[in-house]
Write a protein that binds this ligand. Structure first.
Ligand code: RIB
Ligand code: CA
Length: 309
């Protein structure tokens, strides 16, 4: 057994999810991938997880989870990731089916079988919330629930106040943050520090492997989005940051804070409100919030993973 952190990656591939899977394959021990409806529908996120597993030549189990959020209809980010979720990439669909269609039962049972796993959700938190509702004691069995989502400082990308993963299922995020689990939030305030652009696309193009070519394609597709929709020359590499927060914690600065999820606000539904008052707050901290990262090193580790996985 290696000394790499052992993780379950809960994802909605998704271009940056693909980079998170590659990053986790290189720097962590992936016990399993669980899929959730998010960027695109569950059938597509699951198919993409299987396609990516084949691409990197891995054998981690894939368990499909929730096809919709706890209370609302599924959202989509097809305008970012393409209708298929991976930018229309020419990557064969795996003939294999997921190892199960019950990621929730898998999460409960696997964390009973092995305590100390890190759950790394990088899509809406629906699967994690359902697992915690099925077995609240899961909160005590995991080393962390380190999620990409939300933001300190009120940053949003789907609305002025809300980040996609939380906005897609705020009720699920509320369940997770109120569960007593060891939760860490890697939000937009952090991931906006980790930018990729032409340089990283060229690095991936220079990596003469199927993974290098595939990741270069995905970065090219992502560039079309941020150039046309955001008017920027680079884009945030969100999801791998949650993986690196576990595999390379020395690159990150976290602070213990109380975080609440707004589920009712007309303008703020899906916002993660971080209580910055410190000793003046009447709330006990419930979350480690990521504030800073050595972004240059983070990007280098993601590129190294593309080259070496
Ligand atoms: O807001 C960024 C997050 O939403 C990332 O996880 C991306 O994959 C999308 O799911
Ligand atoms: Ca994602």
């Amino acid at each position: 057994m290696t000394d790499k952190p052992r993780i379950i990656l809960d994802c909605d591939p998704g271009i940056d999810d693909a980079f998170a899977i590659v990053t986790a394959s290189r720097w962590a021990e992936i016990i399993a991938v669980t899929t959730v409806s998010g960027n695109v529908s569950l059938d597509k996120t699951t198919a993409n997880a299987l396609r990516l597993r084949s691409l990197i030549g891995s054998d981690f189990p894939v368990h499909a989870g929730a096809h919709k959020p706890l209370e609302v209809a599924p959202l989509s980010a097809g305008h970012v990731h393409g209708d298929c979720g991976l930018g229309g990439i020419d990557l064969p669909y795996s003939s294999e089916s997921p190892d199960s269609n019950n990621a929730i039962e898998f999460l409960v049972e696997e964390t009973r079988k092995e305590e100390g796993l890190h759950l790394v959700p990088i899509g809406p938190l629906t699967n994690i919330a359902l697992a915690l509702q099925a077995d609240p004691d899961m909160a005590k069995r995991v080393s962390s629930i380190t999620f990409m989502g939300g933001s300190a400082g009120g940053l949003g990308n789907v609305t002025a106040a809300a980040e996609f993963n939380i906005y897609a299922d705020p009720e699920a995020a509320q369940v997770v943050l109120q569960s007593g689990s060891p939760v860490s939030m890697v939000g937009l305030n952090l991931t906006h520090q980790v930018q990729v652009g032409t340089k990283e696309t060229e690095i991936c193009h220079s990596i003469d492997t199927p993974v290098g070519s595939a990741m270069a394609y995905l970065l090219d597709f992502y560039a079309d989005f941020y150039r046309s929709h955001l008017g920027t020359d680079t884009g945030s590499m969100h999801d791998p940051c949650a993986v690196l927060a576990i595999t390379h914690p020395e690159l990150f600065a976290f602070e213990e804070k109380y975080v609440a999820v707004e589920v009712n606000g007309q303008h703020t539904r899906g916002m993660t409100l971080v209580d910055e008052r410190g000793v003046g707050s009447e709330f006990e901290p419930n979350c480690r919030v990521a504030y800073n990262v050595n972004a240059q090193e983070a990007v280098a580790l993601i590129m190294q993973a593309v080259a070496e996985v």
